[in-house]
Design a protein around this ligand. Structure first.
Ligand code: FE
Length: 257
């Protein structure tokens, strides 16, 4: 592989972080891919500017025919915007929360590929990829009300979408968790609706054997020590309505627009 990096490889099962082709005004995004026995799933493939580069990467890595799934953790444009192109040139099925099935077509999904868009129930489920299994987990309200994550028991990587996202750091792997908090804090405090959802999610994922947390934006958290610090931090984070009650009053400020 020419670009990106390999997060895990045991010969038949690979977890790849594809190169960040996003530039300009777009938020930095990680595109992850999991390959097992030659079959692939791409996670949160992004918008139009990265689409043609990614398609060609996927072609080089497994051949476009072997892309079985496109996983959409939630409905944001940095994830879904190019979905029509993906469905037109691959035979892959796109998987998203059932909540968003009626909205995703507004990104311009053509009628004859609409059946390739598959809704996942709130509870998630176990997906077969090649000879391996992937757990599609509930990640609802973090930040989207219909939000899904993927846990890969082979590599022990937990793919968390926007949860764990960081902005502004200049490294790919977190070395010092305490120093890293400042790059995550603003997003999580504003986008996650309340601490209760974080506590509930952490309780669920502590039952998994997680070596790596791989978000869709920013740095990756590798190693049990850092992963556990991340879970501890989330459990105690006040966010959303926990800290924003004061905003709810009739404004008296004139906008200068
Ligand atoms: Fe998002």
């Amino acid at each position: 592989m020419e670009n990106g990096s390999v997060l895990f490889d045991n010969g038949t099962h690979k977890n790849l972080l594809l190169e960040d082709f996003g530039h300009g005004e777009m938020v930095q995004a990680n595109v992850h891919m999991i390959v097992d026995s030659g079959k692939g799933i791409i996670l949160d493939p992004g918008g139009h500017k990265v689409y043609k580069h990614l398609i060609s990467e996927v072609g080089k890595i497994i051949g476009i025919k072997n892309l079985e799934y496109i996983f959409l953790s939630h409905q944001d444009p940095d994830i879904v915007a190019a979905i029509n192109g993906w469905l037109m040139v691959t035979d892959a099925k796109a998987l998203a929360s059932k909540l968003w099935l009626r909205f995703i077509p507004h990104f311009g999904v053509d009628t004859f590929v609409i059946d390739s868009l598959i809704g996942i129930d709130d509870e998630g489920g176990i997906l077969k990829l090649g000879e391996s299994e992937l757990y599609i987990l509930p990640g609802h309200f973090m930040h989207s009300p219909g939000n899904l994550h993927i846990y890969d028991p082979t590599s022990k990587i937990l793919y968390t979408g926007d949860l764990g996202a960081s902005l502004g750091q200049d490294y790919i792997f977190v070395e010092n968790f305490e120093e890293h908090i400042k790059y995550m804090e603003g997003f999580h405090r504003r986008y996650i609706p309340t601490n209760k959802v974080l506590k509930t999610w952490v309780k669920m994922v502590r039952d998994l054997d997680v070596e790596t947390v791989a978000p869709q934006h920013g740095a990756i958290m590798k190693g049990k020590d850092i992963v556990n610090k991340f879970f501890d931090w989330l459990e105690n984070l006040e966010c959303g309505i926990d800290i924003m009650e004061d905003v709810y009053k009739i404004p008296d400020k004139k906008l200068e627009v």
